[in-house]
Each structure stands twice: as structure tokens, then as C-alpha cells.
Design a protein around this ligand. Structure first.
Ligand SMILES: Nc1ncnc2c1ncn2[C@@H]1O[C@H](COP(=O)(O)OP(=O)(O)O)[C@@H](O)[C@H]1O
Ligand SMILES: [Mg+2]
Length: 268
């Protein structure tokens, strides 16, 4: 299926997936996923549990056998091995975070360095995640869930990647920590485009310009994220959320903690 160009982000997407199919153990899991990841900012990959989001990400990364087309900046990558995709600049923060629990924060980062990524971008990582610098000697397994997620994202920023794929980075985190991780992602996406698998629609609303929705292993919708979130019927049909589900449809995330504008009284 050729995606409708009217629905594709402009200008040219960084990553274009067409008719991605995945069969595992004889079971057809993806039946034709089409998606485009914008060259800047955050593109959200949405869909109910079991829709095929993680399998799509794993297909893009060559972690499962796949057919179709995966163009990265115009280059066909669908026959490349995972290590070759990593070398071409796709960074991956997996669903389970994949940090080495027994190693320190600094050791986890050092293991993520890649010679072809150029000088590792510790300045960027420490600017975005000052807490990781403070906790450099702490075992990653003793970090909070949010801190582990920051570490997983930080690893993808070390190597001058062209694209970061984060699979449900806010899953299972307390609301305050969700806000922290969302802020970190927002700043990461200023440096590198992000494909964000996300169930928390408040986070999607805050971060994503475009969204792709999967249903039953296929693309069911692509378009501006805010349009989908504003359409209660479509959100209910595609995502299974609606009125009475505030945790998912979300109040807006608090904006960055800027001090309130001083009132004349306060100044006096
Ligand atoms: N390795 C696998 N073997 C068999 N079935 C799988 C495998 N991985 C995923 N699936 C199935 O494929 C479907 C999509 O899974 P997944 O991509 O993890 O969905 P999502 O990330 O959207 O929740 C689910 O029904 C899941 O059970
Ligand atoms: Mg998943």
C-alpha cells in the first residue's frame, strides 16, 4: 500500500516504511505497516496493546525477519543486519530499557560508545541529564525507573545518531516522572528526530506533531497528532480511549517549570 502523500509529513521524511510485514513462527504479526518519520521533532507510533508497535520497531531495526521497504534518508535498509542499521545511525531505547543493572551509569554509557559515532557526545548527555553525571558511579539497577529511562535515552544520544526510536519510555512511571521523561524526550528531539511509541496521550499531545496508528498489524491512520486527539470518536475507535479515561487522554502535561511572571505586588 502506497501511503497517501497528502498524509505524509513534509518535507521529505527521514524514515519511510512501506508494506512492512513480519511473520514469526508461522504467525503473521505485521500485514503491511506504512509509516513516515518526520525529519525533525517527534513522530508518535500509537495503537492498542498488541497492535504491532514493538514488532514494527523491531522490524525497522532488523531484530525480526521482515519484508517490505524501509528507507532511511533514501537508502533501502530492509535487507541490512541490525549492526549495520546501528552504524547508519539508528539509536534504540527498547521497551524494557535494557540497561545493565550491575554496571554503573558511567559504564553503561561507555558500553554504548561506537567508534563510527565520532567523539561521544557526553556534553550533550550531561546537559540534558545532569542527574546521570551526579550518579555516574551508581549501579544502574539501583536507579529509579525514570532515571533508568533517562539512561536508556542518553545512550542513544551519545553517538551522533540520525534517528532515535523509543518504545514506551513512560510506561509504568509515576505521573511526575512521566513529566520528567517527557521533558527529556522533548529536548532530545530538538537534537535528533524521534520515533516515539507511546500510550500516554498527554505525552503524545505535548511532544508529537505527527502520529501513526496501528491496528491489528496494519497502519490504520496517519496524520497530525493534534487532529487525532481532538477527534474523540477517532481516538476511541483507533486507540480505545475516550471520556472517563483521563489517565490516558490526559490533562495537558504541565509546561516547563518556569517561574511565574512576577506580579507588581511581588516586585514591590
Ligand atoms: N516473538 C513473537 N512470537 C509470537 N507472537 C508475537 C511475538 N512478538 C509479538 N507477538 C504478537 O504480535 C502481536 C503484536 O505484538 P507487539 O508488536 O508487541 O504489540 P504492541 O507493541 O503494539 O503492544 C501481539 O499479538 C503479540 O502477542
Ligand atoms: Mg510494545
Amino acid at each position: 500500500m502506497i501511503p497517501d502523500p497528502a498524509l505524509s509529513p513534509v518535507p521529505a521524511p527521514l524514515l519511510t516504511v512501506r508494506d512492512l510485514r513480519v511473520v514469526i513462527g508461522g504467525r503473521h504479526i505485521l500485514h503491511g505497516v506504512d509509516l513516515a518519520v518526520a525529519a525533525t521533532g517527534t513522530t508518535a507510533l500509537l495503537g492498542r496493546n498488541g497492535a504491532g508497535k514493538t514488532t514494527t520497531v523491531r522490524g525497522i531495526l532488523g531484530l525480526v525477519p521482515r519484508t517490505g521497504s524501509v528507507l532511511l534518508a533514501g537508502e533501502e535498509t530492509v535487507r541490512l543486519a541490525t549492526h549495520a542499521l546501528a552504524r547508519r545511525g539508528i539509536g534504540y531505547a527498547p521497551e524494557d530499557r535494557g540497561v545493565f543493572a550491575a554496571l554503573t551509569v558511567a559504564e553503561n554509557l561507555r558500553l554504548a560508545e561506537r567508534p563510527e559515532g565520532g567523539e561521544p557526545a557526553y556534553d550533550l548527555v550531561h546537559e540534558l541529564f545532569p542527574e546521570l553525571r551526579r550518579r555516574a558511579r551508581q549501579a544502574a539497577g539501583t536507579l529509579s525507573g525514570g532515571q533508568q529511562q533517562m539512561l536508556a535515552i542518553a545512550r542513544t544520544l551519545l553517538n551522533g545518531n540520525r534517528l532515535i526510536i523509543a518504545d514506551e519510555p513512560t510506561k509504568g512511571l509515576a505521573p511526575k516522572v512521566v513529566t520528567e521523561v517527557a521533558r527529556a524526550l522533548e529536548r532530545a528531539a530538538e537534537a535528533v528526530p524521534v520515533l516515539l511509541v507511546e500510550q500516554n496521550l498527554a505525552v503524545v499531545r505535548h511532544l508529537a506533531r505527527h502520529c501513526v496508528v496501528l491496528a491489528d498489524g496494519r497502519t490504520a491512520h496517519q496524520g497530525p497528532a493534534l487532529d487525532l486527539l481532538a477527534d474523540a470518536e477517532a481516538a476511541r475507535r483507533l486507540l480505545g480511549v475516550g471520556r472517563g479515561d483521563p489517565a490516558r487522554t490526559g490533562p495537558p502535561l504541565p509546561t516547563t517549570a518556569r517561574p511565574a511572571a512576577p506580579t507588581p505586588e511581588a516586585d514591590a
